[in-house]
Design a protein around this ligand. Structure first.
Ligand SMILES: [Zn+2]
Length: 387
């Protein structure tokens, strides 16, 4: 889902971002709870109270989802699988890992940590609801706490279904991976289970739409089925790509015929003497033999044209980060992964600060297309593990 993401805050050292779709979900949950659910389970309250309960529930759910993802992230870090950020999107959260899981044990424990945390949160909210109702007073707050307990339990149960890419499916993939010693096969089997589950969800959506005539529920179940189906399929594609690229190093695909520029160059000169001459859209910036950044046509076009005459490349370039530079001996599959995640068309190849060349998305894509064509009549798997 390509919605815009905004960083909300940091929690346990992880950056928590929200996909724009999450705001839609927040409004829908708040509305559903205050209009449809709470008036039934706690009758006799004013409209304001129900709205307040709806908002409180959304805050509680936000907290619960973050705790679920933090549980994944903490266990991932424990197994040396760095988590770059936690993103909240329409169906909950995603703890984004930099790269793929390194071993089945790590993936298994990382996967089950989330549902376990949700179940614990469920028990915690239920206990709070009972204690509050018993020792302070029953009513609004225990009712919200009880609902949050129920919702956490639902999240735990839903996620433990062995359908990839849900947590239970990831755990299943880790178990198959452990026994078959092949991540591609494991991903394919787990995502087949996921597809089977997705069809079940579609079926249930049709039942809600036709027999029960509940459009909202039908749309929700249908969307959920679509999500499980689409993300399972894309994970399999990604895994097959990895198996085709295997252990090829970045240097195999590297170009070194790249025009570089100096940080002191005027933007106007960059346009006249470099972009218009070499038709290159991205230039590495080299200062005294050391790679210092990257300057792109799109960043120049976003400037006011009159600034071109007095701004230098140094002030418009993008400084070096881990997501722009790779080493020549790095795995090409990892490089492709970074390009896809960060939406980059190329990465710079450098060693010890010295610029060596670039690796482009286009070259990797055409390599894959050709390899797939050549391998067309052979089985896709070649018994090699890319990890
Ligand atoms: Zn999870």
């Amino acid at each position: 889902m390509a919605f815009k993401r905004v960083t909300l805050f940091r929690f346990f050292g992880f950056k928590v971002k929200a996909d724009a779709s999450w705001f839609f979900l927040a409004i829908l949950i708040s509305w559903t709870m205050s209009e449809k659910i709470y008036p039934h389970i706690l009758a006799g309250q004013g409209q304001d109270t129900y709205q307040f309960m709806g908002i409180l529930t959304v805050v509680g759910i936000l907290f619960s989802i973050i705790m679920h993802e933090v549980a994944h992230a903490v266990i991932a870090e424990y197994f040396q699988m760095p988590i770059s950020s936690i993103t909240l999107f329409i169906f909950g959260g995603v703890a984004e890992m930099e790269g793929e899981p390194s071993n089945p044990r790590g993936e298994f424990f990382m996967a089950v940590a989330g549902p376990i945390m949700s179940a614990l949160m469920g028990l915690f909210f239920w206990a709070d609801a009972n204690l509050y109702a018993e020792y302070i007073r029953p009513g609004v707050l225990p009712c919200v706490l009880k609902s949050l307990g129920n919702l956490n339990m639902m999240v735990a149960v839903f996620n433990i279904v062995p359908a990839f890419p849900l947590d239970g499916g990831r755990a299943l993939r880790a178990i198959i991976w452990h026994y078959k010693n092949n991540l591609v096969t494991a991903t394919r089997i787990a995502s087949d289970c996921g597809a089977f589950f997705a069809y079940g969800l579609f079926g249930y959506a049709c039942y809600e739409l036709t027999v029960r005539d509940d459009t909202i529920a039908g749309i929700w179940w249908g969307l959920l089925g679509f999500f499980v189906h689409a993300s399972g399929a894309s994970a399999v594609r990604q895994m097959e790509t990895r198996s085709l690229l295997g252990t090829e190093p970045v240097s195999r695909f590297m170009h070194n015929q790249v025009v570089t520029v100096s940080p002191d160059l005027l933007v106007a000169d960059l346009v006249d003497h470099y972009i218009n001459k070499h038709y290159q859209r991205i230039f590495p910036v080299i200062d005294n033999g050391a790679l210092v950044g990257i300057v792109s046509l799109s960043s120049i076009l976003s400037l006011d044209r009159h600034k071109w005459n007095w701004l230098h490349v140094a002030s418009v370039m993008e400084p070096l980060t881990r997501s722009i530079v790779v080493k020549p001996e790095s795995n090409a599959a990892d490089a492709l992964d970074i390009m896809q995640r960060k939406g980059r068309e190329l990465l710079l190849v450098a060693e010890g600060g010295k610029f060596l060349g670039v690796i482009t998305f286009r070259d990797l894509a055409s390599f894959l297309t050709i390899t797939i064509k050549i391998d067309h009549n052979k089985p896709v798997e070649k018994g090699r593990t890319a990890y």
